[in-house]
Design a protein around this ligand. Sequence first.
Ligand SMILES: Cc1cc2nc3c(=O)[nH]c(=O)nc-3n(C[C@H](O)[C@H](O)[C@H](O)COP(=O)(O)OP(=O)(O)OC[C@H]3O[C@@H](n4cnc5c(N)ncnc54)[C@H](O)[C@@H]3O)c2cc1C
Length: 349
Amino acid sequence: MRLAAIHDFADRSEGLALPSSPIEGYASIVLYDVIIVGGGPAGLAAALTLGRARRRTLLLDNGPRRNAAAAKIYNFVTRDGTPPDAFRELGRAQLERYPKVETQDARVSTIGGSLGAFRVALVDGPTLTAKRVLLCTGMIDERLPLPGFDAVWGTHAYQCPYCHGWEVQDQRWGFLLLPGQEAHALPFAALLRGWTDRVTGFLAEGAALPDAVRDQLAGLGVQLEGAPARLVTEDGALAAVELSTGARVAIDVLYAHPPQRQVELVRALDPELDEQGYVRVDAATGETSIPGVHAAGDLTTRMQAALLAAASGSRTAAAMNLALAMPTAPEQPSATPPGSARSAAGTAG
Ligand SMILES: Cc1cc2nc3c(=O)[nH]c(=O)nc-3n(C[C@H](O)[C@H](O)[C@H](O)COP(=O)(O)OP(=O)(O)OC[C@H]3O[C@@H](n4cnc5c(N)ncnc54)[C@H](O)[C@@H]3O)c2cc1C
């Protein structure tokens, strides 16, 4: 079936009982208003907003979850201390009362087409169509070449003290400084001192601090150590950092910011990124450099937290709803603000 025909049919069929799920192996006869890729806090919040606005919405989610290693999500008002899986189950359950929202455990392999007629192909599944696409795919944390780190990531090694600081306050905290992160050393150490007065900084191979910063850290009571060689655990708990000299520094918790990358689907789509590698979006609409493709949540910012991602998803969904509601000017393909005429043709995930 030609996409234009799908478009016309779906537009005329608002209010009719269309099939609620796609026919396996064939392009969907449903033209969704929005397909959301990624069902974390950003995607769930966006689906809720679009569902309440009566937009035909499909939420697709499958793959590794960033916070899967953590036992609980903290610092999310009304959900403080909720396990990540329970959070997602609750989010999906709350979507069930909105008949125009569907959710599927499916991985998106490619996104093609352009504004008004995107083609979203599933791994081992059909190709679906949507007027607009919302990327909520999060970020991938790269593995650190530090033996023992993976085993404690999410249980004794964290990225954010607001998320996982209260429970371990007054314990022996360490923070890892990687090359390129030197400018964060002083503000991050000063921040950590709010939770404990026992803070040690570990300078990874290649990271260097000027004497003035070292003096300021010493003034805060922060101890500085050299390059860690491995993390030592005892009964599954973090016990110490072993330095390349062989000496051991006892700690209970380690904070670190591993480098991050976009998921393969986003890298293949190739939207404009900022200098830190996050997807650049219009501040008002959340639209990327590809017209009709929006993005929300972790993949757009270094300010990463579940509540912030959810807020970003909801705000972007509202902007997309308005764009869908606006009349289309004859000379323009849609109500999208003028921008580049890029499409998402032929991307591979
Ligand atoms: C160890 C750890 C602990 C954390 N603890 C907290 C905490 O306590 N409190 C807090 O506020 N924040 C915490 N965070 C941060 C928080 O998890 C993130 O900020 C939040 O999950 C971001 O939400 P998101 O929706 O943008 O992305 P994500 O939650 O990462 O969701 C993205 C989803 O998209 C899916 N996806 C990706 N590609 C595809 C594809 N091609 N097809 C289909 N699906 C796809 C992924 O599988 C994933 O399910 C923690 C992070 C880590 C790493």
